[in-house]
Design a protein around this ligand. Structure first.
Ligand code: GLV
Ligand code: MG
Length: 309
């Protein structure tokens, strides 16, 4: 089988308020690819301190069943960030995959987190580089600097679009997060999503779409998710258990596309092998396949394999 660079699956990224032990418990049983335990906007200032400890406890003693485990800390313009990182990584670094940094505005903010993580890893005896970084783009400055942000650290795994803060940051005339603002006849998010996707892909990172707040509107969620999935985004946030299945489905390839991608990979492996004549292209039914077809097939096969298809 041709090998696929298996990035962590992130079709569904479940937001869990770090201040609520009941939600921290419940999240463990949901079939989301990723959980992120939140110290930022889901935690009121007065409970941020206790939330750090709830999160350490949940990471160390919970059963997360192979999910990617992420903690979202507060952004660097607050006074909470360093203590969030130190408490969580010193307390539960062994049971943590990534730190999510919100409202990233420039590359230096990612570098600062990278340096802090390195010191903590050395101090507590974790492998240096173990903890990855997820960067949220949530304002105009972050978007303008997204290329440098995406290249700022080898720890980076994903760039995430934060639509709620972003809409506020650019004064977009809408209060419904992720929905099109009335009065504009085209897709108001196209430029932002593409800008994030290009920066991510140019640096071999994943691109993740953010939340959809109308949690009772399943069709609305699906419609917004289908748009970013069509562009190539790898997953989307889920704020409610009802959104998990939709994200897992929409960000997985269709079974038929996955089967076809595996056929292309097998056919290409065969035609380029000595036994197959060491050719650069071949016919698969009526379709000519070559190295470019292999690359396209690898993307679909990679996502399908990660989804256990
Ligand atoms: C997420 O953090 C958002 O602001 O949309
Ligand atoms: Mg935000």
């Amino acid at each position: 089988m041709t090998t696929v660079n298996r990035l962590r699956p992130r079709r569904s990224c479940l937001a869990v308020p770090g201040s609520n032990p009941r939600f921290l418990e419940k999240a463990q049983g949901l079939p989301a690819d990723q959980v992120f335990l939140d110290l930022e906007d889901a935690c009121a200032p007065l409970v941020k301190e206790s939330a750090r400890h709830h999160i350490v406890d949940a990471l160390n003693n919970g059963d997360w069943g192979g999910k990617t485990r992420v903690v979202r800390v507060n952004d660097w313009t607050t006074h909470w960030t360093y203590r969030d990182v130190i408490t969580v990584v010193e307390g539960a670094g062994q049971n943590l995959d990534c730190i999510m940094l919100p409202k990233v505005q420039d590359a230096e903010q990612v570098v600062a987190l990278d340096l802090l993580l390195t010191q903590i890893e050395k101090t507590v005896g974790l492998e240096v580089g173990k903890i990855g970084i997820e960067a949220q783009i949530e304002n105009a400055k972050g978007l303008v600097n997204v290329d440098a942000i995406a290249a700022a650290s080898p720890r980076l795994e994903t760039i995430i679009f934060g639509p709620a803060d972003f809409m506020a940051s650019i004064n977009m005339k809408s209060l419904v997060v992720g929905e099109q603002p009335p009065g504009y006849g085209a897709d108001a998010y196209h430029y932002i999503l593409m800008r994030i996707l290009m920066a991510a892909r140019a640096n071999d990172l994943q691109a993740i779409d953010g939340p959809y707040l109308q949690i009772r509107n399943q069709e609305g969620y699906r419609e917004v998710a289908r748009r970013s999935a069509a562009l190539g985004f790898d997953g989307k946030w889920v704020l409610h258990p009802d959104q998990v299945a939709a994200a897992n489905e929409i960000y997985s390839p269709a079974q038929e596309d996955y089967d076809h991608a595996e056929l292309i990979l097998d056919a290409y492996d065969w035609c380029t092998s000595e036994a197959g004549g060491a050719k650069g292209s071949a016919m698969l039914g009526d379709e000519m396949i070559d190295e470019a077809s292999r690359k396209m097939a690898l993307v679909i096969a990679g996502k399908g394999r990660a989804a256990g298809m």
